[in-house]
Design a protein around this ligand. Structure first.
Ligand code: ZN
Ligand code: ZN
Length: 362
């Protein structure tokens, strides 16, 4: 029972990681034990590694699809073998933040409901996530699609808060996995919206075009011209910045129409003191031209449920964003691909040891 056969990617300080064998967790009352199917590598994981924010022994990873391997006492609605997508954070629903619609600022929301974390062969799902946020996947929703429930819910939160209308003009700065996820979520949630993708990399603009972006452009004057072309000169109703930092914020404001909204969707790079970079932009954009700048952080239950619904209807299909699949053993390789912008979405599958033992027991 205490056999150390749960292979996990353990943080080792700074950006160092190591595959480590630990004891497999056991599902207690109200909990589920999931056997990993796929786990997405997220920009937040990269940020935590790059900034050395993860303590020694931490297991990152939170975009998870697993198969039910053990059902804790009192859990209803799940059977052994069910495929499940589940987020790691769930708000309490009753505190002031939750009641005011800022569920992702809820103190309880911070608790990580996955143990040890998603980059593991076996992941324990704590009771609150099991009861309130776990989705059993129907056969027609693939692992590769469902792994996007959590990140796409974060994106949808920004789309909703931007107040963009169905016939709106949107710009997305950055054509990486998060930028292109914005494109796909926008097209699913607001089908008639026109989306301009801005990225300096030609292959990413080509991919955006193949995913039906209304227009693509390089940053700078080309982007300004393109948004004017789409909006009869007015500018975008909403600009979603997935790049982060003071320069991209100024660029976003320049693309936004009067009365329009900039949504910040990325960590600002740290300054020399380790604090997020300070912004400098013309405050009259806010006063005189009624532009709004807002940020959205993470996603709440309503956005997760809506994304799950859009996945089931087929309106939302993020699978073209998956460029790489590899076992947990090759974590460093996946990390390197994302750093070099040579991959869009990297998914990790169970460790080679876990795959071998599944084959021998099958
Ligand atoms: Zn994520
Ligand atoms: Zn709360």
């Amino acid at each position: 029972m205490t056999e150390a056969n749960n292979h996990v990617v353990a943080c080792r300080g700074g950006d160092a990681t190591e595959l480590e064998a630990r004891a497999r967790p056991q599902a207690g009352p109200g909990e589920l034990l999931l056997k990993l199917r796929v786990v997405g590598f997220c920009g937040t994981d990269l940020f935590k590694l790059d900034t050395g924010a993860a303590a020694n022994g931490t297991v990152l990873g939170h975009e998870l699809v697993g198969e039910v391997a053990q059902v804790g006492d009192g859990v209803t609605g799940f059977d052994l073998g069910d495929r499940v997508a589940v987020p790691h954070h769930v708000p309490c629903g009753t505190c002031l933040m939750c009641r005011r619609g800022n569920e992702t600022m809820c103190e309880t929301f911070r608790e990580n409901l996955m143990a040890p974390g998603g980059f593991a062969d076996w992941v324990l799902i704590k009771a609150r996530a099991t009861a309130e946020a776990a989705h059993r996947l129907p056969d027609h929703v693939s692992d590769e699609a469902a792994v996007f429930v959590e990140p796409a819910a974060c994106v949808l939160r920004g789309v909703v808060r931007s107040d963009i209308t169905d016939d709106g003009i949107a710009v997305v700065q950055g054509g990486g996995s998060m930028g292109l996820l914005h494109l796909l979520v926008l097209k699913a949630a607001r089908p008639d919206v026109k989306v301009l993708i801005v990225d300096p990399q030609a292959d990413r603009r080509d991919l955006a075009r193949s995913l039906d972006a209304g227009a693509v452009a390089e940053p700078g004057d080309a982007a300004v011209d393109a948004v004017r072309g789409l909006s009869a000169g007015a500018g975008a109703d909403a600009v979603f910045d997935t790049v982060g930092g003071a320069g991209p914020l100024r660029a976003a404001l320049a693309l936004t129409r009067q009365g329009g909204t900039v949504v910040l969707f990325a960590h600002a790079p740290a300054d020399d003191n380790g604090v997020g970079q300070a912004a400098d932009f013309d405050l009259n954009d806010l006063f005189k031209y009624e532009k709004r700048v807002l940020g959205t952080y993470s996603g709440a239950l309503t956005e997760q449920a809506e994304i799950f619904r859009l996945l089931q209807t087929g309106a939302f299909d993020p699978t073209p964003l998956v460029t790489h699949r590899m076992p947990l053993d090759d974590f460093r390789q996946g990390l390197d691909l994302v750093r070099r912008r040579a991959a869009l979405k990297v998914l990790f599958t169970p460790s080679r040891a876990a795959q071998a033992s599944t084959e021998s027991s099958a």
